[in-house]
Design a protein around this ligand. Structure first.
Ligand SMILES: [Ca+2]
Ligand SMILES: [Ca+2]
Ligand SMILES: [Ca+2]
Length: 576
């Protein structure tokens, strides 16, 4: 669910805002780190170097818009649903034959499970689905009518996106199959394909709840696990709700996002209703949460929610959408006092698209968002990193731009998240209702299997999948300049000791890297291509020719011996 505008009409405003933020950040300069950790404990003889203790850091997440991925079962499509306000296949027409769609299009759990091997083979280890809880069955008759390319208008839309819950405990009828409920789905993904499941959690709102010419079933209503009505907006504007009416008490009496019901987190029963539903989905096999619109709900809710979830499921990983380009702003959720919830790296998303949408860009423009030292985040290595999603225009890059972006995303700090279709540059540059949410479908999945973006993505993602250093190593930057970047990722934790040297080339020509800084002696093996090796003696350089729009990852599976590198790692270790 988007909450900050990203339409082109606001780009100027955006840029100005980002500029202001950059200046503020520069001035803020040396904010104290949230906590520092002594790099060593007494019962190890070796120093420990790593990004985070959270095991989720090893994952890479493929993001699926459930209704728009693959229709694996026609029997759950309900094309006749909705009566005079149908909800299936509602096209929006743009100029030049372009289309978008705000109706259900058939995607379901079967379609995802059928392609579990495809997703796993690409190098991903987890799948985030847009919400699968029950939503209303008609298109919304109130609000302002949505048109092609429109945003912040819900009139005429169905709940195909899943963010309009009417029952937080029930799966929507469009997603399961007769022999595939959510629990079977999560266990099959895990057992058959080694894929974890990320469940999309909403606490801010239910469905559109007022302005309907005639009140509609499920809109503005909430049902519990026994299908009992527990809250009802009754098509009244928020200010007309009666705080003494038990059916109104789950809602704020002020509007928040368009006509969506604004859930009242100060109500203890509402908190129980929501938090118990999240716990229920963990029982059904959810391994992690993605949290929608977190900044619209106060910290006290997230403190309680995180505490109650982690009391039963210690270290349960959650990452949130705080749609904002200020690191200082989004970082507040990562602090332990606010629930210790990771966030999607929106400042990173902005920097990554700026760099990879333009061939004249400079790698050094990626450095500011990393916040490896003196940053506002509880731990920058736990952030989920991405370049686009369903709420914003798809990255508007060439095939090689996508390839270069993926080479960066899967080697730099953070947990990569890739939106379905980016492996073919699907609908690049298009906003949510200009085509970025269009049905992907099995035909495009088949096409992807030989697509150059997909092939390069699978190449680097599978290197990350097998490299603890790329997953969780401290990032030590060497040179970021023009089309070239070089950095180490170093992990020394428990039995694991690995250094990865990453060499990125986003130019069209082969580039010769000559690396001597912090270089350790020993055997280095290049993991992206043919596993060439180089044996480096002390004082020598590592020389590598990296093809255009490509990456080398040279790996050394030994402890760090270079004293200057050790000192740099100890310094970095203290900042997270
Ligand atoms: Ca279907
Ligand atoms: Ca439904
Ligand atoms: Ca709210």
């Amino acid at each position: 669910m988007k909450i900050t505008r990203s339409s082109s009409s606001n780009n100027a405003q955006y840029r100005m805002r980002t500029l202001t933020i950059s200046v503020v950040l520069a001035l803020a300069g040396c904010a104290p780190s949230n906590h520092s950790r002594v790099a060593e404990s007494s019962n190890h003889t070796t120093q420990q170097f790593y990004g985070t203790d959270n095991p989720f850091v090893k994952e890479a997440v493929y993001f699926v818009m459930t209704d728009r991925f693959v229709d694996g079962d026609k029997t759950n499509n309900y094309p006749e649903q909705g009566g005079n306000l149908p909800s299936f296949d509602l096209p929006l027409y743009g100029d030049n034959g372009e289309t978008a769609n705000v109706g259900y299009l058939g995607g379901d759990l079967r379609g995802v499970l059928n392609n579990g091997q495809y997703i796993s083979d690409m190098g991903f280890t987890a799948v985030w689905l847009t919400p699968v809880v029950d939503n209303p069955d008609q298109q919304f008759s109130g609000g302002e009518a949505i048109g092609f390319g429109g945003a912040f208008k819900d009139g005429g839309k169905s709940a195909y996106h899943g963010y309009w819950a009417s029952n937080f405990y029930k799966i929507d009828e469009h997603y399961p199959s007769r022999d595939l409920d959510y629990k079977k789905y999560t266990s099959s993904m895990r057992d058959q394909h080694g894929l974890k499941t990320v469940f999309d959690v909403v606490a801010n709102h239910g469905s559109p709840s007022f302005t309907m010419p005639v009140e509609q079933e499920k809109f503005g209503k909430l049902y519990d696990e026994n299908d009992q009505l527990v809250a009802d907006h009754q098509n009244k504007p928020p200010e007309k709700l009666d705080p003494n009416n038990p059916l109104h008490q789950f809602y704020h009496t002020t509007a928040d996002i368009m006509q969506l019901s604004n859930l009242d987190e100060d109500n203890a029963q509402l908190r129980d209703y929501l938090i118990n539903s999240y716990l229920y989905w963990i029982e059904q096999g959810a391994d992690a949460f993605r949290i929608d619109t977190i900044k619209h709900v106060p910290h006290h809710f997230w403190q309680e929610m995180a505490a109650r979830v982690r009391a039963l499921h210690p270290n349960f990983f959650m990452f949130a959408e705080s749609y904002d380009y200020s690191a200082n702003f989004i970082a507040q959720h990562t602090l332990a006092k606010n629930g210790g919830i990771s966030v999607l790296d929106f400042p990173g998303q902005k920097a990554i698209t700026d760099v990879f949408e333009s061939s004249s860009s400079d790698f050094s423009d990626l450095l500011p968002y990393l916040h490896l030292t003196h940053g506002p985040y509880a731990n920058p290595y736990e952030l989920t990193t991405f370049y686009d999603n369903h709420d914003m225009p798809r990255m508007n890059a060439s095939d090689t731009g996508f390839i270069d972006a993926n080479n960066w995303l899967f080697t730099s700090r953070g947990i990569p998240v890739v939106y379905q279709g980016s492996e073919i540059g699907f609908m690049r540059g298009k906003a949510e209702h200009q085509g970025n949410r269009n049905y992907l479908g099995q035909a495009n999945v088949e096409l992807a299997k030989t697509h150059p973006i997909h092939d390069a993505l699978a190449g680097i993602a599978n290197v990350r999948k097998s490299s603890p250093a790329l997953q969780n190593g401290l990032q030590v930057n060497l040179e970021f300049k023009g089309d070239f970047a070089s950095f180490y990722r170093v992990i020394q934790k428990g039995d694991i000791a690995q250094t990865a040297l990453v060499l990125l080339n986003k130019s069209a020509k082969t580039h010769r890297f000559n690396i001597s800084k912090f270089l350790d002696a020993g055997t280095w093996t290049e993991m992206r291509f043919k596993q060439d090796t180089q044996v480096i003696e002390q004082g020598e350089s590592l020389i590598a020719k990296v093809p255009g729009h490509s990456v080398h990852v040279w790996v050394r599976d030994e402890k760090v011996i270079n004293e200057s590198l050790k000192a740099e790692l100890a310094r970095l270790m203290a900042f997270k």
